[in-house]
Design a protein around this ligand. Structure first.
Ligand code: CAA
Ligand code: FAD
Length: 378
């Protein structure tokens, strides 16, 4: 067993840390104004962060999942919105296109997405199908050489800025989840409109939209995998996606902790730094211990994926635990900062708002427990 990062992984972490420093500038304004970080995402593309696990022959950076996790962690320590933009693009869009896309799909879509030239979004959730993802109402009716797509998708990350959308829809309702397909839809397709941006509690500079499809013709060659593979495609995609969200949660927790540790050494009450009060020390000790546990779980899930071993349960465990640690740590970070924690300049209130979503998206904490329980009981 090795608990040390390789030299290559250390370098990747260093590069991500260096880039993440630039995210501090304007992070409060982007959050307040719900402004998408266009320039920062462009730079992430240039640095290879928008195609991290894609092979170089498809214009990706050819790195492994652990490298990807390290990068998301560092980026989310400063700006969790940038973290989720990167995670949805890499784990939910590029992974599936590389693993299951046809040669033509890889040529046409994967290459410009992996180079960072284009942005991707993944559309599974609907107004009435979130946790209960098999209950798809969006339909993709087979018309010979194309599908006719109708319906609404909800809460889609990168929804307004994406160029390419992977849309999950029901073709044959009699077959249940085995009658679902995953289709590639381009922005600008006739009948495809993007709903208004959601006004969110946290990760405010990532953009979240509903998507509306009215008689959108999707050519058959845009279906990923065999007829009826769409639900399994979504589940397999989410197994890896949950590692990305675990890394985002880990970054939020670690970012809130680092700010709290530094603040606790500066702020004085009753004639000494607050870190000299045992009540504050115990909070810091719990943060350190829980973050380290979340980190080990997240890196282990990434490692299993890189080894080609089963990782669905471990990804769910990492996502469940890291998101709970992110929420708890961020709340305690505000507490350590006292009144200053409640105002925007000190950042920890943003970390607290951002942490909450990690317990909800890519499967709520309850759904992670369901996935874990089914695995251990099967
Ligand atoms: N890999 C491959 N196949 C899988 C799978 C996996 N991990 N999990 C399930 N399946 C297969 C099952 O084997 C089954 O197929 P067969 O009948 O052929 O064997 C099929 O999928 C249906 O599975 P279940 O019977 O278990 O379905 P269910 O309805 O009982 O529950 C669920 C499934 C796990 C709860 C699933 O609906 C789920 O994960 N829900 C949460 C949805 C979610 O995470 N959404 C995230 C949206 S993306 C997002 O949020 C992005 C973002 O924020 C940035
Ligand atoms: P519901 O499924 O209605 O759940 C409501 C509550 O009931 C939750 O507490 C849930 O845990 C609980 N619950 C439900 N079923 C069970 C059960 N069987 N046992 C126990 N408890 C249960 N989706 C995408 O497809 N693509 C995206 O890019 C995307 N990005 C998102 C970004 C944001 C900011 C948000 C808010 C959501 C995003 N989502 C995305 C959707 C997200 O995945 C769903 O919101 C999530 O899966 C929960 O679904 P729901 O909101 O319908 O809640």
């Amino acid at each position: 067993m090795h608990f040390e990062l390789s030299e290559e992984h250390q370098l990747i972490r260093k590069a991500a840390k260096e880039f993440a420093k630039s995210l501090w500038e304007g992070v409060v304004e982007r959050d307040e104004q719900a402004k998408f970080p266009d320039e920062q995402v462009r730079q992430m593309g240039e640095l290879g962060f928008m195609g991290m696990m894609v092979e170089e022959k498809y214009h990706g950076a050819g790195m492994d999942t652990l490298a990807y996790v390290l990068a998301i962690e560092e980026i989310s320590k400063v700006d969790a919105s940038a973290g989720v933009i990167m995670s949805a693009h890499n784990s939910l869009v590029l992974y599936g296109l590389q693993a299951f896309g046809s040669d033509a799909q890889q040529e046409k879509y994967l290459k410009p997405l992996a180079s960072g030239e284009k942005l991707g979004a993944f559309a599974l959730s609907e107004p009435e199908a979130g946790s209960d993802a098999t209950s798809q109402h969006t339909t993709a009716i087979d018309h010979g050489d194309y599908y006719l797509l109708n319906g609404t998708k909800n809460w889609i990350t990168n929804g307004g800025h994406a160029d390419v959308y992977l849309v999950i829809a029901q073709t044959d309702s009699e077959k249940g989840h085995r009658g679902i397909n995953a289709l590639i839809v381009e922005k600008g397709a006739d009948g495809f409109t993007i709903g208004p941006k959601e006004n969110k509690l946290g990760i405010r500079s990532s953009d979240t939209h509903s998507l509306l499809f009215t008689d959108v013709r999707v050519p058959k060659e845009n279906r990923i995998g065999d007829e009826g593979f769409g639900f399994k495609f979504a589940m397999k995609t989410l197994d890896g996606g949950r590692i990305g969200i675990a890394a985002q949660a880990l970054g939020i927790a670690a970012g809130a902790y680092e700010l709290s540790l530094a603040y606790s050494k500066e702020r004085k009450t009753f004639g000494k730094a607050i870190c000299e009060h045992q009540a504050i020390q115990f909070k810091l000790a719990d943060m350190e211990a829980e973050i380290e546990a979340a980190r080990l779980l997240t890196y282990k899930a990434a490692w299993l994926k890189d080894q080609g071993k089963p990782y669905a349960k471990e990804a769910a465990i990492a996502k469940l635990y890291a998101s709970e640690v992110a929420m708890k740590t961020a709340i305690e970070a505000v507490q350590i900062h006292g009144g200053y924690g409640y105002v925007k300049e000190y950042h920890v209130e943003r970390f607290m708002r951002d942490a909450k979503i990690t317990q909800i998206y890519e499967g709520t904490s309850e759904i992670q427990r369901l996935v874990i329980a089914r695995d251990i009981l099967k």
